[in-house]
Design a protein around this ligand. Structure first.
Ligand SMILES: C[S@@+](CC[C@H](N)C(=O)[O-])C[C@H]1O[C@@H](n2cnc3c(N)ncnc32)[C@H](O)[C@@H]1O
Length: 257
């Protein structure tokens, strides 16, 4: 299920663009659902990557560094980031001097790195917004070393929020957000020689909030109750989560003799 960009005659200066202002407003919003999702994203990235000191870690679509800051705080890693937006990269450098010299502006569909260059690769909250997310998944697998670990997230077509979010997005131009069934991702990862170790959902009900003017769905006042309900539900039913995270390990090279 995919909400595709409207192009050609309908394109104008109102078209959606990823900018640090837009994304920082979202990530650091006062809306409790967004705050919860933003902190959960950091937590899942650190937990699933299983970082160790000295490892080389690539973050694809690093944005202005919201998750990056958590990775750098978790272990003494050699971090490298790539994002298509130069503005995002500049904002990341301004806020995270520890990442200096390691941010690249580039397209995830053609990562500017050699094969097997990284111990770990993270791509969270990005694949669903790309023109050809499965081509990017193959690129990620290419730059990961054999035995290395990748962590990626996808938007879930089984989520109760899938349809409302797609309807909400229909008014945006040049905005891509695709939803897939988790089984589709499992098959794609396996076809790329990746052994899936963990499948985890972010949350089922307390994950996104759709707002129009002063109205917010789900309403803010039910957030505390939804959050507690969610903690129980998502452990048993990760397949219903809004965003599903996969941690997978690339197969070691087969011995030729
Ligand atoms: C939803 S934001 C997520 C940012 C970050 N991963 C986070 O969790 O805060 C999506 C990011 O993907 C980047 N992006 C979009 N298309 C891209 C592409 N083709 N190649 C690399 N990055 C891209 C955007 O510039 C934006 O920073």
């Amino acid at each position: 299920l995919s909400g595709r960009a409207k192009t050609g005659a309908t394109q104008n200066e109102q078209d959606f663009r990823w900018t640090p202002e837009y994304w920082q407003n979202w990530r650091e919003s006062r809306n409790p659902y967004r705050q919860f999702k933003s902190s959960r994203d950091r937590q899942l990235a650190v937990q699933l990557l299983q970082l160790r000191a000295g490892e080389s870690v690539l973050e694809v679509g690093c944005g202005y560094g919201w998750v990056t800051q958590a990775l750098l705080g978790a272990a003494d890693i050699r971090w490298v980031g790539v994002d298509a937006s130069a503005q995002m990269a500049l904002q990341l450098l301004a806020q995270t001097p520890a990442a200096a010299h390691n941010v690249f502006v580039g397209d995830a569909h053609r990562l500017p790195f050699r094969d097997a260059a990284f111990d770990k690769v993270l791509c969270s909250g990005v694949l669903m917004h790309l023109r050809d997310e499965f081509a990017v998944l193959a690129e990620i697998a290419r730059v990961l070393r054999p035995g290395g670990r990748l962590v990626v997230s996808m938007n879930n077509a089984l989520s109760p929020f899938c349809l409302p979010v797609m309807l909400h997005n229909a008014r945006k131009t040049a905005f891509v957000q695709s939803f897939h069934f988790p089984g589709t991702y499992l098959r794609r990862l396996r076809a790329l020689g990746l052994e899936v170790r963990t499948v985890q959902g972010d949350s089922i009900f307390a994950t996104v909030s759709l707002s129009a003017g002063r109205f917010c769905f789900p309403p803010r006042f039910v957030f505390p109750a939804l959050r507690s309900l969610d903690e129980m539900a998502v452990r048993r039913l990760p397949w219903l989560a809004y965003e599903v995270w996969f941690a997978a390990v690339k197969a070691e090279l087969a011995c030729a003799y």
